[in-house]
Design a protein around this ligand. Structure first.
Ligand code: CA
Ligand code: CA
Length: 397
């Protein structure tokens, strides 16, 4: 509903509609806050780094900060970026389109919104207030909205290889009319990719803006510049990214490549290597949410390359035998088709919580797992094979 696909300009109607959505949702959030007994005074305290004051510090706050960058206003009595509620200053003159006061963008409270405040977002990244309300994302549909597309020229990989994936936004048919910035998550595959962005040139996930591109032309004489914020959260198998227009750069319009990821494969590759863009918030020049479709990219070893064409068909129930079931210890999983191979088994409990991935020897037509080390109860196995996936229940007694 808030997809803007006009050739060049944002119409007033669409801008207003988008603003109205923001305001309505803010009103709902405020009502919920009152219902839950949050005092308005407490709500006005500033948690340094939580620029949109929704309770969590993440890449969406980086976009809000970038939108307010360069603003000035009253300083707080105490200048501090510590993760604790800070007494607010007088309200600033400027507000975000959703009504949030710019005072929240001044993370350290010194009266200026600048790079020192971005450092505080980084320091307090993924901290949470006692109450968190979810960030809003504007998820679009492939074929109808611009896509945040992960692509590679060559999806065949091998253990320990470094691979590059290009990230583009929009296409000739579905252009982005007004780009102020974008926040999104990159989900990665900890089983197959070395996750850390640690020491050494060949280690982990790297990210950089394409140069030049339609959002970034630093060698050009104009102000067409963007900047990037990138934070890898290894434990959550996700990288959080924010790309935003530089100071005085204004909004950009266009389509095509904006950035490049590089990833390094583990020394053993199990199944397909998958990357995914998710939780996307594209902000237009008035900070209005623009719908963007997510995407997924797969790499495979030469022997698994046929899988790249598959859409992971579901196997029939008869394709896999589990026995003994119920069990008080080992559980054997056997494929009835000799030409098929087990690739990975994901384990969930009866509440649907993900417990982890069980290591399957590879190639294997059968494998066994010790279910005995888990509490008594029902479990769901999501079994990924060369020819498709199947979910099966197993009981631990
Ligand atoms: Ca926030
Ligand atoms: Ca500041």
């Amino acid at each position: 509903m808030h997809a803007f696909r006009r050739p060049i300009f944002v119409s007033e109607t669409q801008k207003n509609r988008s603003l109205k959505v923001w305001i309505n949702k803010t009103a709902v959030a405020i009502s919920i806050g009152i219902l839950m007994g949050a005092s308005s005074l407490k709500a006005q305290q500033v948690w340094p780094g939580d620029v949109n004051n929704n309770g969590i510090v993440n890449n969406v706050d980086v976009l809000f900060w970038a939108y307010a960058e360069g603003a000035q206003g009253p300083a707080r009595a105490t200048v501090s970026g510590d993760w604790a509620p800070q007494d607010p200053p007088e309200l600033w003159a400027a507000t975000f389109p959703d009504g949030q006061n710019y005072a929240f963008a001044d993370c350290n409270g010194d009266g200026n919104v600048n790079s020192a405040d971005l450092n505080i977002i980084r320091n307090n990244f993924w901290q949470t207030q006692p109450m968190v309300s979810l960030d809003e994302f504007f998820t679009g549909t492939v074929g109808q909205d611009p896509q945040l597309l992960l692509e590679t020229a060559d999806p065949i990989t091998e253990p320990e290889a470094t691979e590059t994936a290009s990230l583009s936004l929009g296409s000739e048919q579905l252009q982005v009319d007004s780009f102020f910035g974008i926040a999104f998550s990159l989900k990665f595959d900890t089983l197959n990719i070395i996750p850390t962005d640690g020491i050494g040139p060949d280690d982990g996930i790297e990210f950089e803006l394409a140069n030049p591109s339609w959002i970034n032309d630093p060698m050009g004489m104009g102000t067409n510049r963007s900047e990037v914020f990138f934070e890898v959260m290894d434990d959550y198998a996700v990288a959080q990214v924010a790309i935003y227009r530089g100071p005085n750069a204004g909004a950009a319009s266009g389509f095509g490549e904006i950035a490049e990821f590089s990833i390094v494969m583990e020394d053993i590759i199990v199944g397909l290597v998958e990357l995914e863009t998710d939780s996307i918030f594209l902000a237009g020049h008035n900070f209005e949410g623009v719908e963007v479709a997510p995407s997924r990219l797969k790499f495979a070893t030469p022997e698994d390359s046929l899988l790249l064409q598959d859409r992971e068909p579901f196997l029939s129930k008869e394709a896999i035998n589990l026995y003994p079931n119920p069990t008080n210890g080992w559980l054997t999983l056997e494929l009835t088709d000799n030409g098929n191979e087990i690739q990975a088994v994901d384990l969930y409990n009866a509440q649907g919580e993900y417990l982890g991935r069980l290591n399957a020897p590879r190639p294997a037509n059968a494998a066994r797992f010790d279910l005995g080390k888990y509490p008594v109860g029902l479990y769901m196995l999501r079994i990924k094979t060369k020819k498709g996936i199947l979910a099966k229940m197993a009981a631990r007694i």
